[in-house]
Design a binder for this molecule. Structure first.
Ligand code: HEM
Ligand code: HEM
Length: 166
């Protein structure tokens, strides 16, 4: 996607980045309510109101992530994004671009597959959501954070700064 190039991320872009991080970590680390709902439904049981409520937390957090991701992509388009650091070797600039594109795709695909399972009974997509996409997301997050730390402490660029204090 062609986007405008600017010097930094806007306050809204930075807020959405860090709010998304918190919500994604919440859903990755605390999916137990949704898992219990899924186990019960798969075995033909009827979830109690408490079980539905705790599964709904996972669903609503995931839907919030989806909406925030759509908003972020819109902001990228309207407000632009800063250039990748020029002192970084071309291969790493490519890796960063690939990681960011994959993160956006995953932040759309995970909620979409979850919604298909939870609201539309597409049980076949359960393992895509809970095994495949989850694992890929973990791998890309680890690579992304490693990249950010290398920038900060090895290349000593301002990349982390422009996504935090701006
Ligand atoms: C980025 C957003 C999301 C993330 C990171 C996420 C993450 C997860 C994780 C880690 C699990 C448990 C996997 C395991 O036990 O190892 C899970 C299960 C599940 N999630 Fe999500 N989720 C997201 C969004 C959603 C949404 C929006 C919905 C529904 C509206 C949803 C519905 C489900 C369901 C039904 C399961 C159980 C699937 C199964 O075990 O077959 N998720 N999710
Ligand atoms: C759930 C975890 C995370 C997700 C899903 C995520 C997602 C993203 C995405 C999609 C972008 C691209 C923004 C754009 O240009 O439109 C980005 C940028 C960035 N993220 Fe993350 N991020 C996560 C965690 C982190 C963490 C923990 C750090 C810090 C250690 C971090 C630091 C950065 C930085 C510095 C940038 C700007 C990169 C640049 O300007 O080239 N992220 N993140």
């Amino acid at each position: 996607m062609n986007v405008r190039v600017v010097v930094g991320y806007s306050l809204s872009q930075r807020f959405l980045h860090w709010a998304t991080v918190l919500l994604v970590l919440f859903n990755l680390l605390l999916p137990d309510g949704m898992n219990a709902w899924q186990r019960l439904v798969r075995h033909g049981g009827t979830p109690s109101p408490e079980q539905i409520a705790s599964a709904n937390i996972h669903a609503y957090v995931g839907i919030a992530i989806l909406l925030m991701t759509v908003l972020r992509l819109g902001l990228r388009f309207v407000q632009g994004v800063p250039l990748k650091a020029s002192d970084e070797p071309a291969i790493f600039r490519f890796a960063a671009r690939l990681a960011h594109a994959s993160l956006y795709l995953l932040l759309l695909a995970l909620p979409a597959s979850g919604i298909a399972v939870y609201y539309f009974g597409a049980q076949a997509l359960g393992s895509l959501h809970a095994d495949v996409l989850k694992l890929i997301l973990w791998i890309v997050i680890v690579a992304h954070v490693f990249g950010a730390l290398v920038h900060q402490f090895y290349w000593k660029t301002d990349v982390l700064r422009r996504m935090t204090v701006g």
